[in-house]
Design a protein around this ligand. Structure first.
Ligand code: FES
Length: 313
């Protein structure tokens, strides 16, 4: 905890890359004398923290995939499966904004981040070494609802299916561990284009979550898309719930499969994010609730949504 600092308003531009969200007078009164960030925290009923010096404990890589273990006690303590953090990947103006990363796992005072190099920001992050520090805001967003995997609030023998495509597997390790710890049967379906896209399979296995794997080219496990594997799985045995994260076409197919099988499903959506906490409107998606369509912010209302709420483009 020694390295955690409250962030004062004067540092807003430095932290967020822009001046930030204005507080209403009421909110200011609600938390007199506290930092801007803690005011936001209180108003959003989320416990978002800034850790400007989270130490990288270890770094592992498989080609363009990376697993960082990062010491950040305050963020780790508050993290829930499906939430994410925003990381300032560089001190230079470009890339200016923070980048979002799913929380892959938490372990005591550490959080784990699994990511793939997909652009400049992730490439810069991938070059960080153990012992270096990261400036992190989190935990952010609304995560998975574990109760979805229970029937009428009761435990069920049916398994919850956690379906991850490529780097979309990132938040599902945390989720699967939480479900297992809550006594819910869980089965992980892990898909990628080829075997090298499934670097976490041994990690899941070691955690007692031996995944069913699929590859498009048949180099490992079932040959075909992970959604084909899911369809096969649903035909073989009914599931309690489906949780999924991955590319949009995959999530759209899963939403259709879940609706056809009348199985509750939650999807973790990807979006470009500028701030990560509702200030920039850079992450909006259309959803439908009670028959009404509206735009919501993925960072605040999500990134996890019920499958039937998502309005696909
Ligand atoms: Fe800024 Fe969602 S990322 S509002």
């Amino acid at each position: 905890m020694a390295h955690f600092k409250e962030i004062k308003e004067s540092r807003l531009r430095e932290i967020f890359g822009f001046p930030g969200k204005k507080l209403s007078p009421g909110r200011e009164e609600a938390c007199p004398g506290k930092s801007f960030l803690l005011c936001l925290t209180s108003a959003n009923e989320a416990e978002m923290m800034v850790d400007p010096a989270a130490r990288i404990v270890s770094r592992e890589s498989w080609g363009s995939y990376f697993l960082f273990i990062v010491e950040s006690p305050l963020i780790a303590r508050r993290a829930a499966a499906g939430q994410f953090v925003m990381i300032k990947v560089a001190d230079v103006p470009s890339p200016l904004l923070r980048r979002p990363f799913s929380i892959h796992n938490r372990n005591g005072k550490e959080i784990e981040l699994f990511f793939k190099i997909t652009g400049e920001g992730t490439a810069i992050l991938s070059r960080k070494k153990a012992g270096e520090t990261l400036d992190i805001i989190g935990p952010l967003g609304k995560g998975f609802d574990l109760a979805l995997a229970a029937e009428k609030g009761q435990a069920t023998a049916k398994a919850a299916l956690a379906v991850g495509g490529g780097r979309g597997i990132a938040p599902l390790f945390f989720l699967a561990r939480e479900l297992a710890a809550a006594g819910r049967p869980v089965k992980v379906l892990y898909g990628g284009r080829t075997a090298s896209d499934l670097p976490l399979r041994d990690r899941f296995k070691t955690a007692g979550l031996d995944p069913a794997c699929s590859t498009d080219d048949g180099s490992l496990g079932f040959k075909g898309l992970v959604t084909d594997l899911l369809e096969k799985e649903l035909k073989a045995s009914p599931a309690a719930a489906i949780y999924a994260c991955g590319p949009e076409p995959m999530l759209r197919t899963i939403a259709g499969l879940a609706a056809a099988a009348r199985i509750p499903a939650q999807l973790s959506l990807e979006s470009h994010m500028g701030c990560g906490f509702g200030a920039c409107w850079g992450c909006v998606k259309k959803i439908r609730r009670d028959g009404e369509e509206s735009w919501v912010k993925v960072c605040e209302d999500g990134p996890v949504f019920r499958a039937e709420e998502v309005v696909w483009p």
